[in-house]
Ligand binder design. Structure first.
Ligand code: 73E
Length: 827
């Protein structure tokens, strides 16, 4: 048997946990105890790190009673639970969030003041757990926050990467990646629980044997395994006494590590084998939206999903649970295709471990999963080579083939003679290298398939998964993404939060649509002035952060124009750069007098996947353009380009509240949703954006007067693509564009070779049609400038952006998942 074995639990008398008293004196005492007995130092010898670890442990002990009580309550009143399966959780710092949600901020500030401890410095000591790449991982973190705040029974399952997303540094303008050693100085938020470790098997072969009444059955004979050790994190709800669990798995060698090929009873080899096992959770793959097809990546996926499903079935459910009722107890939400191998895994457990027949196992499995797709880029869809799956997970490959056979039989029955349709829909991509199309497997098994914004869900139905939508129209639905207002407004933006609270009270924090009540204040000149002063305070705060990081300061009177997101061609950082360079070139050539340039600071934040050459060249170019523009006196200080390194959640929380303009300029039809767009609008930035992803919904809600729309719409993009797109013609026919590109290619910003190569690719290929949208973008930026010149009009629009962004709370997203997908009940 490969199922995990748990030691017996001894049921002692129920003893509710008691939290320490919520007063400053008690907190000081608890903190000093943690410092002395937990860290082993007296206050006067303690470093900032000691203080951070002690403070985190103290805050954690206040949350502990909630955590235990929530778990006990859920055991006593079992409701359908959400098992959120995600390979990434981009959590951001924990201390601030724990203080906010537990309402301990005031007590802690006073306690630290009394002890003479610099709370800001202590908070800055925390290294955020960067266990994700970008939007997909941050979305998972927002969702678990909202579920805790809404008191929905949820466990988040994922991977405790020893190294999260790399730390980005710039060396002479080029991105250099540094390993993220987030665990090095201590990990005060996690609870390791080795007793609930789950063995995860790999490799080997499958054999037949005679089961009950001589029935032929199959069984997996794996040839190596690792131990998945859970680390539990609390997920506190906002001011509601709830704390859910996030369970992240770490790979360790099993005690009797029997990887035969590595271990021949030789001690040194055995130790090496241990390292081999630990490799599985060693590092987060740093590619966002481009699967690497690496064996280790598939190992990671199976590792965390097998551990999670095993943990739920054999560790969380009561021992005598009737698995026929599994779909009433749990819904596993698949965050993209990364956890989709969980589908054949549940089938395997039901068939091979629990002895069910296929039809019964499938009836259960096909009601336990729902699938969220996050992309439209064909190259982002995961396809695993059949040969690899066969080698690593032979029994799963058999099960996938069987699922496919039965599925294709149903397709043939519905569409007789339509062989082409059968080929298109098959889970197995045929041809030289056969592959498993994970999105197809997910769609076949899931109760629901959702996209992440209205346009994206529409395109899924009409294009990417059109055959499936014809077969099962009722399976397809939309849930537009959202963001947690606790982290991205209350915590990140105290000046705006208190302004809002003064105007409409605090109910909006858990009911974000109530921000609508701010609408009338857009007409109040006193409120507008206070709104501007909140923005200024946020800019000052951002400046102090940039100063500490050794990055250039932002001039106070500039428009702060931000583009923060992963570096990807489809997001079109190059389009923004072309606008910057054309503004500069206009001044250089005398076409535009410097005094007509609106004072702006264009701020970029972006990591490039380490293997993504074009993205890295773009970063290098942005940095070179920045250094020339920032020091050219001809611009009269009116245009600055800032590119602080290592954009992450912590920096996002500083930057977003300070922004005036939000750049959301992806090629229409490519950005599934975006969530930075929501955070920026919610913090009062106006958007300049294409009709893409959630921009469509933002514009509808905030109104055309408060949004700068430009560029081709998705159908026009498709039309141009099919007609044949020739960027060289656009280049030749637009003199402003041509001058900007020529200036770059001339080597004006250094490294002529690199510049020419990048511009050559742009003029020759331009896969994401930046040139086609250039003029429309420049025109829209002129409208931005005109509006910014009218301070009162701009502020009015900014306030309306805040007031009308309540829809983008992840609380609303969670309600939509509950209504449209999970059918689970709140409470
Ligand atoms: O549009 C975003 C979306 O807002 C999309 O690109 C992103 O997910 C966000 C949340 O829904 C996304 N990330 C990935 N695919 N889509 C991805 C794929 C592979 C590895 C890591 C991330």
């Amino acid at each position: 048997a490969t199922g995990p074995q748990f030691p017996p639990t001894h049921h002692l008398a129920d003893q509710p946990a008691v939290a320490p008293a919520r007063d400053v004196d008690t907190f000081v005492q608890e903190f000093l105890e943690e410092l002395n007995f937990g860290q082993g130092v007296p206050l006067d010898r303690s470093t900032i790190n000691h203080q951070y670890l002690a403070l985190a442990s103290t805050v954690r002990s206040y949350l502990m009673a909630d955590w235990l009580a929530t778990a006990a309550r859920r055991r006593a009143h079992p409701a359908k639970m959400v098992g959120y399966l995600s390979a990434e959780y981009l959590l951001g710092r924990q201390l601030g969030n724990a203080l906010l949600n537990s309402d301990l901020e005031g007590i802690v500030e006073e306690a630290m003041r009394q002890l003479g401890i610099d709370l800001a410095a202590v908070r800055a000591q925390e290294v955020e757990p960067g266990l994700g790449n970008g939007g997909l991982g941050r979305l998972a973190a927002c969702f678990v926050d909202s579920l805790a705040t809404m008191d929905v029974s949820c466990i988040g399952y994922g991977i405790r990467y020893e190294y999260g997303i790399f730390r980005q540094t710039f060396v002479e303008g080029r991105q250099v990646e540094v390993p993220d050693t987030w665990l090095a100085l201590g990990a005060p938020w996690e609870f390791r629980n080795p007793e609930r470790a789950v063995q995860v098997d790999f490799g080997g072969s499958v054999e037949s044997y005679a089961g009950d009444q001589g029935r032929p059955r199959r069984r997996w004979r794996p040839d190596w395994n690792v131990l998945a050790v859970p680390y539990n994190y609390m997920v506190p709800g906002y001011h509601n006494g709830v704390a859910n669990t996030l369970r992240l798995w770490s790979a360790e060698a099993t005690r009797a590590f029997d990887l035969q090929i590595f271990n021949h009873g030789d001690y040194a080899e055995a130790v090496r084998a241990q390292t081999f096992a630990e490799n599985i959770s060693k590092v987060l793959y740093p590619e966002d939206s481009t699967p690497q097809g690496k064996e280790l990546r598939l190992q990671q996926q199976y590792f965390f999903v097998a551990a999670s499903i095993g943990d739920y079935l054999h560790g969380t459910l009561p021992e005598d649970f009737d698995l026929a009722r599994l779909p009433e107890q749990i819904i596993f939400q698949l965050n993209d295709t990364h956890p989709v191998i969980g589908i054949p895994e549940l089938m395997r457990l039901l068939l091979d471990v629990h002895g069910m027949e296929w039809d019964q196992a499938w009836a259960i499995t096909s009601r336990c999963f729902a699938y969220t797709c996050h992309t439209l880029l064909p190259e982002a869809l995961e396809v695993w080579p059949v040969s690899l799956v066969e080698r690593l997970l032979p029994r799963h490959m058999e099960i996938i083939f069987e699922i496919n056979d039965r599925f294709l039989a149903a397709v043939r029955a519905q569409f007789p003679g339509d062989d082409d349709r059968v080929r298109r829909m098959s889970i197995i991509a045929e041809g030289g290298d056969r592959g498993v199309r994970m999105a197809h497997l997910a769609t076949v098994a899931a109760v629901r398939v959702n996209g992440v914004a209205e346009l994206h869900s529409q395109l899924l139905r009409d294009k990417v998964l059109v055959d499936f939508a014809q077969l099962w129209p009722e399976k397809f639905t939309n849930v537009t993404n959202g963001v947690t207002p606790r982290r991205f407004l209350v915590s990140a933006n105290p000046p705006l939060t208190s302004l809002i609270n003064d105007a409409i009270g605090g109910g909006w924090i858990t009911d974000l649509e109530r921000l609508r009540e701010l609408e009338p204040y857009a007409e109040d000149p006193v409120f507008r002035e206070r709104f501007r002063s909140a923005k200024r305070a946020n800019k000052d705060h951002l400046n102090s952060t940039l100063l500490a990081a050794g990055t250039a300061q932002l001039p106070a009177d500039h428009m702060l124009d931000v583009m923060v997101k992963r570096l990807h061609e489809y997001k079109r950082q190059m389009l923004k750069l072309l606008h910057i360079v054309s503004t500069y070139e206009g001044v250089l050539s005398g076409r535009v007098p410097a005094e007509q340039v609106t004072p702006r600071t264009c701020l970029f934040g972006a990591k490039a996947a380490p293997g993504y050459a074009t993205a890295k060249e773009t970063i290098y170019l942005i940095n070179r353009v920045a250094s020339v523009i920032n020091s050219d006196p001809k611009l009269d200080g009116r245009l600055f380009v800032a590119f602080p390194p290592n954009y992450n959640v912590t920096l996002a929380q500083r930057l977003i509240p300070a922004a005036d303009l939000s750049e959301q300029i992806s090629l229409a039809g490519k950005e599934a949703s975006g969530t930075g767009n929501m955070k920026l609008a919610l913090n009062g930035a106006l958007t300049i954006g294409t009709d893409d992803g959630a921009n469509v919904e933002i514009r509808k809600l905030v109104g055309d007067d408060n949004f700068f729309l430009f560029g081709m719409r998705e159908p026009e993009v498709a039309e141009l693509q099919s007609r044949g797109y020739h960027p060289g013609e656009v280049y030749a026919s637009n003199p402003v564009l041509k001058s900007a590109i020529d200036l770059i290619a001339s080597g004006h910003f250094g490294d002529r070779g690199a510049s020419q190569a990048l511009m050559g690719d742009l003029v020759g290929n331009d896969r994401f049609m930046a040139l086609a949208d250039f003029q429309a973008y420049v025109d829209a930026q002129a409208q931005v400038d005109a509006k910014f010149a009218d301070t009162e009009a701009w502020t009015r629009s900014a306030i309306l952006n805040v007031a009308r962004s309540g829809y983008f709370s992840s609380d609303r997203s969670m309600r939509d998942y509950l209504d449209r997908i999970w059918g689970a009940q709140v409470h």
